[in-house]
Design a binder for this molecule. Structure first.
Ligand SMILES: [Zn+2]
Length: 93
């Protein structure tokens, strides 16, 4: 429970007290509205985000992805063995 939520709740309580003390219907009605808004904010106000995780909590990515290499017959550069076309010279593999 954040301090902001608690202060909204206190505002709602004060507004409810004000409805009891109001001498005209308009003031009483407005105090009810304020109490409703304050309790609504106290209930729905989002909590602050949790702090970010400490460094070192994440697993490090694998150094090298497993992939098989092949040589392009057109330009001789290394391409992935699963590819059907060389991205450098557009030769079919
Ligand atoms: Zn090529």
């Amino acid at each position: 429970m954040s301090l902001l939520r608690a202060s909204f709740g206190i505002c709602g309580i004060l507004a409810l007290v004000d409805t009891l003390l109001a001498q005209t219907a308009l003031v009483e009605y407005l105090a009810y509205l304020v109490a409703l808004a304050a309790f609504g904010l106290a209930a729905w106000w989002p909590d602050p985000l949790p702090p970010p995780p400490a460094p070192g909590q994440w697993s490090s990515p694998s150094v090298e992805r497993e992939r098989t290499q092949a040589k392009c017959s057109g330009c001789g550069r290394e391409v992935d063995a699963g590819w059907s076309m060389c991205p450098y010279c557009s030769t079919r593999l």
